[in-house]
Design a protein around this ligand. Sequence first.
Ligand code: TYD
Ligand code: MG
Length: 449
Amino acid sequence: MSKGKSVFRCTDCGADQPKWGGRCDACGAWNTLIEEPVGKKGGRVDGWTERTAVPVQLSNLPTAQRARWQTGLAEFDFVLGGGIVPGSVTLVGGEPGIGKSTLLMQCAARLESQGVSTLYVSGEESPDQLRLRADRLKENAGAIHVLGETRLESIIHHATQLKSAVVLLDSVQTTYTEALEGAPGNVGQVRECAARLMRFAKESGPAVLLVGHVTKGGGIAGPKTLEHIVDTVLYFEGEATLDHRLLRAVKNRFGSVDEIGVFQMTGAGLEPVANPAAAFLAGRSTGASGSAVTALMEGTRPMLVEIQALASKAGFGTPQRVATGLDHRRLALLLAVLERRGGLPFGSLDVFVNVTGGIRLLEPSTDLAVLAALVSTVHDRPVPADALFLGEVGLGGEIRPVAGVERRLAEAARQGFRRVFLSNRSKASTELEVIGLEGIGELARRLAA
Ligand code: TYD
Ligand code: MG
């Protein structure tokens, strides 16, 4: 196949340029030119736009729920919304080394053992290396077809020949199409490859799983540019030094977003965590001061997390404020509220706050737990080990109710918690002992008593 013609199109103004340049001649924007293929009649190379679709009335379409393939990797199926949808394209993004290839290989092995045919295409590792990984995984991976190829046209050819039900492509950055001249990994190539695979999936019916690398700096050809092309986007994240890995759905045409799945990286691959709600409480030392537990909502699922605080006498100069897993401005606000409304002086103390397990606090409902940890470290008195803290704190020191309180409390009860500190305006029926608080002065008094 000869190389098709291509133009460079500005993503801002849409103007076409025959040659690449750093700046669009038409609108003057920088770094917006992306290579796009052109067909003979001005359409696309493969003639997609020339095909005719016929309008149908919604009521004439089948309503049956599409069958899904469950991989049996419970957390993976959960995040997808119940398994892999035939004809869908899913992007699994994440930093190098986080475990994307491992996840896909395990997924392929589980599918094969249910008789779903898979093709694992790798542009990053040779088939021999894939074999080594598969042996290490202790999965039944023998039936997986592997292909060391980076040219999209041959990948689609082989997937068609084999009638693969699921195609796994590792990675989209190493794949290129002949329709474009740019090197693999540049934005134009990555987008065009993803768009072609999307069409292939919709027309021929296989599900496609794509691996996409993101760099620490959020590289330009990273999966971000693909998010609106594909059906589902999952991000695989975690601290490289910790065993836990979080799989997060940031877009899902077939399920809810913001769901997370928790895995553990072991010597034999990824293991879905059996009790994800409490996964981040493991290793908690209950007798120490400066620790408090709260319940976050991750998608539809409550998760318990521990917040640790440490306040110690500052040396010379401005006292330090270090927040890990929490916005430092939120910490500054909470410290100011605690000082003005709760009467606890932090002016001469260094303050460190840490959320364990690499979790990030994004909801204000965790404020009360941060305050409890701070009060506890200042007085050097542990909070009750069976207590949960749930509430948003206002600038007046008032404690506000949080959303989804019953689900959070039900999970806490299941995990063995016995009492909860929350706003006295919260309405919740729960088996936990409820300690309703008006404001943070009351919290400080309660924890000191
Ligand atoms: P990998 O799946 O290659 O990451 P990615 O494709 O996202 O770059 O795996 C990354 C790390 O996981 C690698 O450093 C080795 C480790 N690992 C295990 O700890 N156990 C295993 O069974 C496997 C296969 C990998
Ligand atoms: Mg890899």
